[in-house]
Every structure is written in structure tokens, then in C-alpha cells.
Design a binder for this molecule. Structure first.
Ligand code: ARG
Length: 596
């Protein structure tokens, strides 16, 4: 079904064209003065300007035409509709209660709650998660995963073809560093014997905990010791070229061990991917790409390295993209360029979103410029949908009390425990079974974590305040969950009393009218989240809707209402609001427990 904004746009467009003007002037927008009207049409100004006419006169003729047309096209709904001219020629559109009720009821009956799919679905690749081998996921990867997963859900709901890709960091110099560090510690392992050809042990010689300790140690050593660094670079080269079979075998254990740990984290967070094509996947795609770019004359040699120059007259400072280091070896840039090519050719990507930390802005700027310059991206639009940092209460990147990097699994445990503590307040009265308590605490914990993140504009840094974000009051995940659970329980009670939700009729109370108006906004809100790659619009909306519901619920005593049509209408509204909150939370990746 069409949104009310689109229906009104259609009506005004027809008016403009019936008066001999261009239909595009009929665009209706949400009013920026909601105290005066809910919608407005500003086209008369531009139309008058184009035709050198008086804007108020044009507005008046459109208004007259619209009043007539509304009567025939909106039927009952036209009752109470008020059109007026403001300022130099804006048309204010104040909805009547009939139209409001009629449209809300149509949304309530639509399985998609009034949200249309996009007219032309695209292939959209969303690159998120992207953790690195041998490192546990920490809060930095949390943001990428949560935001990327939400964008995937939003894009999919709107009918786009989404491919969620976890671009694992599994191929650079860190791999060589770990190989060398392990060799120093356990030189007897068969992997380090260049002549050994198998059979290889099935069991990994290292656990995730080992890797977490080995990698920082290796990294420290390479930073301090030039020779160790050179050795790591050499091992990386041998790993990548495949000249040392044991390195490949051992590397595979590092990857598998890490991936197993990641799956656990992603599973707990209910975060999903369609594929896991890490950097190593592009191993065999880089050499032919580089050779071709060289042959096509796109490259230069600079200080021994093979580069694509990117400086332009407008931006003479842009550093070149390094394709191949002096002495050989590909880099993060190279694999990302090969990744662009693969996504465009194999996935037929029309749009690629890179949900990656803001600190990588220069990297993506270079990759995107190079891809455009050498013609690798075709028609695809590449966007770095970057995000800011999650900080601790001290305003610095979130750390443990001891000052270490907080592991994701510890953070998840923290929010779960906090949720459990707060749920204890009702536990006695609600008689939760232990299994139920586990389920609710987990859902509340995840809602706390995800909502705290997704309610912010992704570009902003934010402070994670466990106390505040776990609260059942305020702009928090638990507050929204609680609103949804409460509506569900009203609907259940109604059903027990034999009352069913019915047709939504014209509102009679201010808070009820306000709630209907809120409900109308959903299609626009989703449109904004989709167009701007910003999930926070959904969070904001879910919060405003829950608040509007709570005010309505205070004023309107649903179950004791004697007027049958009114009671059925209120229950119909409850059902719609519940559906909308459930949808918003679902698109943020948050699940609602049955009760709380
Ligand atoms: N592994 C990278 C990191 O931890 C993120 C990967 C992002 N995606 C990409 N195509 N570069 O910083």
C-alpha cells in the first residue's frame, strides 16, 4: 500500500497537472511545523517562480483544485481535512480524524504494516563484522557487526537482494608474525619442517586463548626487533606464495580456531552473514588483476613499489594506492581492490556498503578512487558507512577495569548479568522458571547492548553506560521491550475476555490522535534509514512510538471501555503499535521475550 505522504503527493501532483503545471511540483513532505499541520506542499513557490506568477495565487488555485479532488478521491476520509496557505505560498495540510483513522486502519491490515518494497531491488553487498584471525572480537568489531547486521535486515525488508559478507582479516603480515612466534616456542612441530609433506595433524596445536596471547607477543617483538619483523615478512611471503606447505596447514588451524570462537559470539548476538570471504579468498584474484592493471597502463613504479597514482589537481595530497610492495607482496589495498572487482562481477553488486571504523576513511577513499579510475567498479556505488568509537565512562575507548581490551564475550556476560539483576525485582511476582529467566535475561541483555549502540547516529562516538542503558525507563532497549511485552499482554487479556481487535475509527482523545499520527510515520522512517544507511532513525521512532503508546494507555482504559466499536478500535491500534515496535526492534536485530 502507498503511504499517506505518497497518496497526498499523488493528489497534489494531479492538481498541478490539471492546472497545466508540471506534476512534480505536487511533492508533499512531512511538515516542519507539526503544530500547524502534519504535511505540507511547497511546490507552488517553485512553480510560480518558473512561470513568473504570483506564488500565493498559484497556491490558491492548487488549494481549490485539491479540495475538490479530495472530496472525490478520499471519500469519507476528506472529512475534516483542512488546507490553508501560509507565508509566501506554502500549502499546509491538516489531516482530519477520518482520514487519519482510515489510513491507519489500512496499515494495520497490511501484512507489511504499510511499508512498500523498493520498486527496483538492487544487489547490495554489505561488508561488516570483519574481525581478524588470532584476535578475539572486541568492542570495535561489535559496532561493525551490530550496525551491518541491522542494515542487512533493513535492506532485505525493503526488498533488496542483500549479501552480508564477513571480510575476515586472515592474510596479512600478522599471519607471518604468529607463525614465527609459534616456531620460536614450539620448533618441533611438523609444520616448521620445510620438507615435511604430511599427513598433517587434525588437531590444532593452539587454542583461541593461546592465539590471543601469542599475537600481541608477536606484534610486540616485531615492533622492537627489526630482524624479527623481517623474518615475519618472509614467513608471510612464503605462506602467501605457498612455498612452505606447513605454513599453509598451520595457518588453516589459526583461521578455523578463530572462526569457531567468532561463531559463538555472532550466535549469541543473533548476527548473520551470507558468506565469509576473507582477505585470503582473494589470494588467486590479486595477481591477474595486478598484471592486467599494469598492462593497461594504470600503474607506476614509485620507490620500488607498484602503485596507482591518485593525486589530482583538486587533491594533490592524496597518496597513491600501493598494489605491490617493493620486493613483492600484496597489501590490504590490493585485496580490497580485488574484492571490489569480485563483488561487482560475481555478485553483480549495484551498491556496496562498508561498515568499517572511521579510522579507515583514507583507506576506502583510496580504494574507491582507484576502482573508479581504473574502471573496476562499473556502475556500482561504493559507500564507506563508517562509525565512531564506543567509549567507556571516562570518554576513552571502552576498556576493562584492569585497562585491557574488553572481549566481546565478557561484555555480553556483563549485560546479561545486569539484566538478570534488574529482573530479580519482578522475579518473585512473575514466577519465572530458571530456563525462562535465562531466556529473558539474554534477550534483555542483547537489547541493552544493541539499542545503546543503534540509537546513536553511527558516525558519532558514544559513551557506553551500562547502568543507564540497562534501565527499564528512558531511551533504552529494555524500555522498548517492556512496551512491546505490555501491549502483548493487553491483547492477551482482551482475548481471554472475548474482545477482538477491530476497525480503527476516528480518535476521540488527544493522546490517541497523537498515537495514530506517530503510526503514520513508519514508512518514511524506514525510507530514511534505508536512504541514509542509518539504523538510528528506527530506534528513535520505536522510542517515540512507545512513549506515545504509554500516554494513550494512561488516558484510554481499553478493557473497561463500554463502547464496543471504540474498544475494538483501541485493540486494533494496540495490535498495529505492537507490530510496528516488533518490526523496528526486529530490524535492529532485537528479539522480544514473551513476557518480562
Ligand atoms: N579486518 C578489518 C579490520 O579489522 C576490517 C575489514 C573491513 N572490510 C574491508 N573490506 N576492508 O580493520
Amino acid at each position: 500500500m502507498s503511504s499517506l505522504k505518497n497518496r497526498l503527493t499523488q493528489l497534489f501532483s494531479e492538481c498541478f497537472s490539471s492546472l497545466g503545471h508540471d506534476a512534480r511540483f505536487g511533492e508533499v513532505t512531512v511538515s516542519d511545523r507539526p503544530d500547524l499541520a502534519q504535511f505540507q506542499c511547497n511546490g507552488a513557490l517553485a512553480c510560480a517562480k518558473a512561470q513568473k506568477k504570483n506564488p500565493r495565487e498559484v497556491a490558491q488555485s492548487v488549494l481549490n483544485a485539491a479540495s475538490d479532488r479530495a472530496r472525490t478521491e478520499l471519500g469519507e476520509g476528506a472529512r475534516g481535512l483542512q488546507l490553508s496557505i501560509a507565508g509566501p505560498g506554502f500549502i499546509n495540510i491538516l489531516l482530519g480524524d477520518e482520514l487519519l483513522a482510515e489510513h491507519t486502519w489500512a496499515m494495520a491490515q497490511d501484512p507489511r504494516l504499510g511499508v512498500q518494497k523498493v520498486a527496483q531491488p538492487r544487489h547490495v553487498v554489505i561488508d561488516y563484522g570483519g574481525p581478524n584471525v588470532a584476535k578475539s572480537m572486541h568492542v570495535g568489531h561489535l559496532r561493525s557487526s551490530i550496525i551491518g547486521d541491522s542494515l542487512s535486515r533493513i535492506y532485505r525488508f525493503l526488498g533488496e537482494e542483500v549479501i552480508g559478507d564477513n571480510h575476515l582479516g586472515d592474510w596479512g603480515t600478522p599471519m607471518g608474525m604468529i607463525l614465527c612466534e609459534l616456531k620460536r616456542r614450539q620448533p618441533g612441530l611438523p609444520y616448521f619442517d620445510p620438507a615435511f609433506r604430511g599427513p598433517w595433524p587434525q588437531e590444532s596445536p593452539v587454542t583461541m586463548e593461546d592465539l590471543e596471547e601469542i599475537y600481541p607477543a608477536a606484534s610486540r617483538r616485531c615492533a622492537e626487533d627489526e630482524a624479527a619483523r623481517a623474518e615475519a615478512v618472509k614467513a608471510t611471503d612464503e605462506l602467501q606464495k605457498g612455498t612452505h606447505p606447513g605454513y599453509r596447514e598451520l595457518w588453516r588451524h589459526f583461521v578455523n580456531t578463530t572462526v569457531k570462537g567468532l561463531e559463538e559470539n555472532f550466535g549469541q548476538l543473533d548476527i548473520h552473514f551470507d558468506c565469509h570471504l576473507g582477505e585470503s579468498f582473494y589470494e588467486d584474484k590479486m595477481p591477474p588483476m595486478v598484471a592486467r592493471l599494469k598492462q593497461q597502463g594504470h600503474t607506476e613504479v614509485s620507490e620500488g613499489a607498484l602503485v596507482i597514482p591518485l593525486a589530482t589537481e583538486a587533491e594533490p595530497e592524496t597518496p597513491p594506492l600501493i598494489l605491490e610492495k617493493s620486493g613483492g607482496g600484496f597489501l590490504y589495498h590490493t585485496s580490497d581492490l580485488a574484492t571490489v572487482e569480485y563483488r561487482v562481477n560475481h555478485f553483480k553488486a549495484d551498491l556496496v556498503l562498508y561498515v568499517v571504523d572511521k579510522r579507515q576513511q583514507m583507506h576506502f577513499k583510496q580504494v574507491f578512487s582507484a576502482a573508479a579510475k581504473v574502471g573496476l567498479a562499473g556502475q556500482a556505488v561504493l559507500v564507506h558507512t563508517w562509525f565512531g568509537t564506543m567509549n567507556g565512562p571516562d570518554g576513552k575507548p571502552f576498556k576493562t577495569r584492569a585497562g585491557g581490551v574488553l572481549k566481546l564475550k565478557d561484555l555480553i556476560q556483563m549485560v546479561n548479568e545486569e539484566a538478570r539483576k534488574r529482573l530479580q525485582d519482578f522475579a518473585a511476582e512473575r514466577n519465572y522458571t530458571p530456563a525462562e529467566m535465562d531466556d529473558i535475561a539474554h534477550k534483555v541483555g542483547i537489547a541493552t547492548l544493541k539499542y545503546a549502540d543503534l540509537k546513536n547516529n553511527r558516525a558519532a562516538d558514544y559513551v557506553f553506560d551500562l547502568e543507564r542503558f540497562s534501565n527499564f525507563e528512558g531511551n533504552t532497549g529494555p524500555y522498548l521491550l517492556y512496551a512491546a511485552v505490555r501491549i502483548q499482554s493487553i491483547l492477551r487479556k482482551a482475548q481471554d475476555q472475548g474482545f477482538a481487535p477491530g476497525r480503527i475509527i476516528a480518535p476521540s482523545v488527544a493522546s490517541e490522535r497523537h498515537l495514530l499520527l506517530e503510526c503514520l510515520k513508519l514508512p518514511d522512517v524506514l525510507g530514511r534509514a534505508h536512504a541514509l544507511y542509518e539504523p538510528h532513525h528506527l530506534a528513535e521512532y520505536g522510542f517515540a512510538l512507545s512513549q506515545a503508546f504509554n500516554s494513550f494507555y494512561k488516558d484510554c482504559h481499553i478493557l473497561s471501555e463500554k463502547d464496543e466499536a471504540r474498544r475494538a478500535s483501541w485493540l486494533g491500534l494496540c495490535k498495529l503499535v505492537h507490530g510496528q515496535i516488533e518490526l523496528c526492534l526486529g530490524l535492529l536485530g532485537i528479539r522480544i521475550p514473551d513476557r518480562m
